[in-house]
Design a protein around this ligand. Structure first.
Ligand code: GLN
Length: 465
């Protein structure tokens, strides 16, 4: 029974939970048992909630009483450690906040709990979400359960690995430049970065407030779509959220056949042979299935990484001024790791008054240009497809230069700059250097068009079943 529970697709799982064939207590117990058995192997979970089984038992009682059951009834969640949950340590995987307890639930947590979701605990990540491999956590690197010994990707390393390791049904991560999509690709799971302003960031410790979004991971597109229906929407706590319709993301609209685009400017940037082959074979399969695939142009997209980092450095520097050793936790300059310090001192340098914001302003100009280019491209197509990362997951601890780590985000940062949404689905599993390695496909849709994005993601998911 325990094995079966963890391998059930989310749509069937919800039906089992709502009918009582599977109790919430048994669902939670099966995940807690997996965590107990395998967490020391992968270094995923940082802290477990201590009242999980009581909450699950209360949910079971609700069902027995015939009460209204929520959309996420009995599903179990793990959460990145930069999202505030009452009474749990919001460490951001840093020594700076290792004793800092959350005093409130982030909006996303409130929404999940209100719909019957169970929070099992929180998970590891790159320190303060700075990173692309899951190796910069102050609490050690997370391993990739799908390709053991290789990086799970980052910065939401633990969130993607948790789903891959069968530690939960759905997890939450945050994505500033690729941190949900890159680990989703490496861990062979689904991951979604919502449009900017779609999901409240209230309760998220920000990396870069003009780019961050919280989003879900799950084994199938259905799970992420269902979670997005619950966490999306206007919040009075976050002035960047919008009052836009939240359509049914789980619903399949058979009559809607998205028109796909591929970005002309990216073709030359796919330098890895294996990644390029997986991408092209997915495009061929789509065409064989009768989908229209056309080239679109997004000028200046190759400047995205160069614009992304000055914005992140400046906003991260400003955001971390509150970690002065008085208000929250320890002084960040005394306790944080190398990558965090690089950004703090870099951010301090480029925001000096002598420069009059020159670097930041220039980067914002590129951001605007890329956003306009995406708007134009979406006049002609519903979904744009790209690879997710330029590299396959390396072995944990390999020497990768700072430049190569920054270039990891070439295909993902443009979406954050433009504010559009993007989700990742597996495109193929390949043999690479003696290991089984997953290669994802990124499906991009225009701002607040998550419904189209999920349609595109479902099509790729079905192609590769
Ligand atoms: N790798 C990128 C960075 O280190 C993205 C991080 C993220 O999306 N949180 O900034």
């Amino acid at each position: 029974m325990l094995i079966m529970v963890n391998n059930t697709d989310i749509k069937s799982k919800i039906e089992l939970l709502k009918s009582g064939e599977l109790t919430c207590v048994d669902n939670a117990k099966s995940f807690l048992a997996e965590i107990e058995k395998n967490n020391s192997k992968f270094n995923i979970v940082l802290e477990k909630s201590n009242n999980v089984l009581e909450i699950a038992a209360d949910l079971d009682k609700k069902r027995e009483n015939g009460d209204n059951l929520g959309k996420l009834f009995g599903l179990c969640f793990l959460v990145k450690s930069n999202i505030s949950v009452t009474d749990m340590i919001v460490s951001c995987a840093s020594k700076t906040l290792e004793n800092y307890k959350g005093s409130f639930d982030a909006d996303v947590i409130k929404n999940i709990v209100a719909e019957g979701g169970i929070i099992l605990g929180n998970v590891n990540n790159d320190e303060f979400a700075n990173g692309a491999s899951g190796e910069t956590s102050a609490f050690g690197a997370t391993d990739n359960p799908f390709s053991v010994g290789r990086v799970p990707g980052g910065s939401s390393s633990g969130s993607a690995a948790a789903v891959a390791a069968d530690f939960c049904d759905i997890s939450l991560g945050s994505d500033t430049g690729g941190s949900i999509r890159n680990p989703a690709s490496h861990c062979n799971v689904v991951g979604v970065k919502p449009s900017f302003g779609r999901v409240s960031r209230y309760g998220l410790v920000d990396l870069s407030m003009s780019l961050d979004q919280i989003g879900p991971f799950s084994k199938d597109v259905y799970g992420s779509a269902l979670c997005m229906e619950v966490i999306s929407g206007l919040s009075s706590n976050d002035a960047t959220t919008f009052d836009r319709d939240i359509l049914s993301y789980v619903e399949k609209k058979e009559s809607f056949k998205p028109k796909f685009g591929i970005i002309k400017e990216f073709v030359d940037m796919i330098s890895d042979n294996e990644i390029s082959q997986v991408f092209n074979s997915n495009i061929e399969k789509l065409k064989t299935e009768g989908y229209e695939v056309v080239e679109v142009s997004v000028n200046n997209i190759e400047l995205a990484v160069q614009a992304y980092y000055p914005i992140v450095y400046a906003e991260f520097y400003s955001g971390t001024r509150k970690f002065d050793g008085v208000k929250y936790g320890e002084k960040i300059e005394d306790t944080a790791g190398e990558e965090v310090l690089r950004r703090i001192y870099g951010g301090q340098a480029i925001t000096q008054s002598e420069f009059d914001g020159a670097y930041y302003k220039k980067a914002l100009k590129v951001k605007e240009m890329i956003a306009e280019e995406f708007s134009k491209a979406f006049e002609n197509v519903d979904c744009i497809l790209t690879p997710v990362t330029p590299m396959l997951p390396h072995k944990i601890g390999s020497d990768v230069s700072v430049e190569a780590m920054y270039a990891y985000d070439a295909f993902t940062t443009p979406l954050n700059l433009a504010g559009v949404c993007g989700g990742v689905v597996n495109g193929a599993v390949i043999d690479y250097d003696g290991d089984k390695v997953a290669v994802g496909i990124q499906v991009i849709s225009d701002k607040f068009c998550e419904d189209k994005m999920f349609s595109g993601m479902r099509i790729i998911e079905t192609l590769n079943k």
